[in-house]
Design a protein. Structure first.
Length: 326
């Protein structure tokens, strides 16, 4: 196991060095609290930590931020209790630990035995039952008399690992800092408010703005009422990383195909007002689940903040399901 030097501090406990972890089975988890794929792994990590901590298993979370705001200590600290992350987390703001371990994707896990020897590495989601089986094998090698539970069953969200699963082609993740805005003019200063004109016809996987917005290094920020972001996509689930830039909550209307999102297709963060309009309250910088369609298909999503200060940074998609099971 390599050291965690070059960090920006620790949360959920004092600083750790590999020598302190000698004798423990350790999972080093490279993650990011706004990363959709990382969030989908957390239920397994929480359960493993609960099940095996008493037998000499631990987790070290290495938080390497994708955005400037997600590297702020206060934001990470606020996310940990909300996400149920109780194990030690080291802040890797400068990506020193990420580079040392040769990581190139969120999430990435490294499983080490009691002597600090690497047993398994996994990049991306999945491999949950195999990883838990290896954790059990390492613990049993040290104490063959342990009575361990059955390996955890796959959760409904992980349909792609189940018999009969279908994974449809989906729209690629849209990171505003990389892909930019499809209808951004070449001559405009992206750091100032600009009135965007929507061309009306949209290409799948591109973000189009209407009304006043301005850009920062990582995303697009609404500059006034009447503005919106439009995106044509094909997938089942849509998750957007958004932030209330002024520090106070922003109500954001969300429609699909020109109408309020049907309740059968609503993501877990969608709410409805007395008129039946679908919206989300963006009150902290995090990932918001906007859509969980009952069926795979192509749709037009529109995100309409009530006023100034909504930051949109990333939109991610999922498209796997077991037919007849949600």
């Amino acid at each position: 196991m390599m050291p965690f030097d070059g960090n920006a501090g620790w949360l959920n406990g004092p600083p750790l060095v590999p020598a302190v972890l000698n004798g423990k089975v350790t999972l080093v988890d490279f993650w990011e609290y706004t990363c959709v794929n990382c969030l989908r792994t957390l239920p397994y990590l929480r359960e493993w930590y609960k099940r095996y901590k008493q037998y000499g298993f631990t987790i070290v979370g290495v938080h390497s931020p994708e955005f400037a705001f997600s590297g702020e200590r206060a934001n990470v600290a606020a996310a940990l209790p909300r996400l149920g992350v109780t194990w030690p987390v080291v802040l890797d703001d400068g990506f020193a630990i990420w580079k040392r371990y040769g990581v190139n994707a969120w999430p990435t896990e490294f499983l080490f035995d009691q002597n600090g020897k690497l047993v398994e590495s996994t990049s991306g989601e999945g491999n949950y039952q195999q990883t838990e089986s290896k954790i059990q094998a390492l613990l049993l090698a040290q104490d063959p008399h342990l009575k361990l539970p059955h390996v955890m069953a796959l959760l409904p969200q992980d349909s792609y690992d189940k018999p009969g699963a279908v994974c449809y082609p989906k729209t690629d993740e849209v990171v505003i800092a990389r892909q930019g805005i499809a209808n951004a003019p070449h001559f405009a200063d992206p750091t100032h408010d600009f009135a965007y004109t929507d061309p009306g016809s949209h290409v799948d996987g591109n973000v189009y703005l209407g009304g006043y917005w301005h850009r920062n290094d990582s995303g697009a920020i609404s500059g006034g009422s009447g503005g919106y972001a439009a995106l044509r996509y094909h997938a089942i689930e849509v998750v957007a990383v958004m932030r209330p830039e002024p520090g106070k909550s922003v109500r954001v209307g969300v429609t699909q195909d020109g109408a309020p999102i049907a309740k059968t297709d609503a993501g877990t963060d969608i709410r409805y007002d007395e008129r039946g309009n679908s919206y989300v309250t963006v009150d902290e910088p995090r990932a918001y689940v906007l859509v969980e369609n009952a069926k795979f298909g192509q749709h037009e999503l529109r995100i309409s903040p009530d006023g100034y200060g909504l930051g949109i940074y990333d939109v991610a998609f999922e498209s796997c399901e077991v037919p007849g099971v949600r």
